[in-house]
Design a protein around this ligand. Sequence first.
Ligand code: NAD
Length: 510
Amino acid sequence: MTEVADQFTEERSGEVTRIAHWIDGQRVEGTSGRSGPVYNPATGEQTGEVDFASVEELGTAVQAARRAFASWRTVSLSRRTELFFRIRELVHDHSEDLARILTLEHGKVLSDAKGEVARGIEVIEFCCGIPELLKGGYSEQASTGIDVYSIRQPLGVVGGITPFNFPAMVPMWMWAPAIACGNAFVLKPSEKDPSASMYTAELLKEAGLPDGVFNVVHGDKVAVDAVLEHPEIAAVSFVGSTPIARYVYETGTKKGKRVQALGGAKNHMIVLPDADIDMAADAAVSAGYGSAGERCMAVSMLVCVGHAADDLVDAIKERLPKVKVGNGLEPDSEMGPLVTREHRDKVASYIDKGAEEGAKVVTDGRETAPDANGFFLGVTLLDEVTPEMDVYKDEIFGPVLGITRVDTYEEAVRLVNENPYGNGVAIFTRDGGVARQFQFEVNTGMVGVNVPIPVPVAYYSFGGWKSSLFGDLHIYGPEGIQFYTQGKVVTSRWPDPATSKVDLGFPQTR
Ligand code: NAD
């Protein structure tokens, strides 16, 4: 395997690869005349130029998907299961290549990229159980001679729009359940790191997925709007920042589509005075700076109660100089660069902003960034951050961790519950009673107890509350199956001459 693997898994210098669409089982070069650059964030070099689709090109992909859907929905559950086992094996066997592609375009370190692929594979594994997941209910003799049963059917052509920070896993959250349920899928991945989707497309073809069931259309707002406007796309899954999630939800639902739109986050980690401080410090450093803070479940605010603050700051300060920042392909790198130069500069600007607003800059990541052309920034720790500051309010999405000091547990919970986001939250304590009370009263969708990044396993569903999710259903897991199917209830009677009569009354069950 494969052309794409060869194209994208090698670190190249001075070569710019054209990244085309994937429609009806093959690579299709764009004709819109619009495209965008793709960089290796560790070197700062442009390595790719990705085609941006026009409305017509998106339409071509939807037509291919519509044709494929007609036969794909008739494929038996046992054949679909067999295929999903094959997909699982192929993705697993090529996970090193896939991870390398992620590192080369996103910048995250290879070990983290492998972790991303592994968490995505879990969703494919969940979909191997699709016959069980699509089982309906059956009521015999609901009325005399009448049986009632429920089934779930696919929606048709469904679309997915994904962010830059998990270029393999987040698409897997969508395409795996959507296709397993019998839909055909059109993916619009992030234009910043689009190659993982092309590689996935080749793997799916090699596994035997019929052409047209999985399509990739690259682009920017033009392609996103085309997905939202297309009358034959029945549902859209979106993952990205909150303003775009809101826009996608409002526009898509106005067009009559089913939409789940997952947005941004400001995740808090509460540390109580009785917490295991070493455990909390390890967790804070991993969850704050892993993947350079470019995770929707990254911890960005530590809320320390009482004396936990001084203890934790000391413990974190001790750990920070050891965080090795560098090219994600180097085995000893623990944190890679940010995705683009603009994003790195924006994140760095929050360090000055924090200082101007009155926060204490304990560690300034600009001083420890490697001296290289890549989009690097070292780790930053801001203490004495208060809720009115922009560094508290904004999703910075970089390696900048803030500390807020409060006196009581109640104050800490209030801060979390008053925050407009509600994606993930964690509490560190040795007190089981307090932890239980916390999970009961906190207003976020995913809660960790002494676990900093509580991304649910694939057989639960992922999703936040408040401005972190627009829509009714969370993504993957049981709610993912519900999202990509619609229910139908059949009431049936077989001819029985003995009971045959005309009755104009409303059907009764007794
Ligand atoms: P983004 O919102 O900029 O982009 C997401 C997608 O929307 C991309 O495909 C992009 O091409 C498209 N897009 C961008 N601007 C658009 C516009 N004006 N109109 C229409 N479409 C547009 O997000 P990003 O920077 O790629 O990813 C980071 C964000 O995603 C963060 O806010 C992060 O918290 C969030 N995220 C959330 C989750 C979650 O599960 N809640 C998971 C991962 C990332």
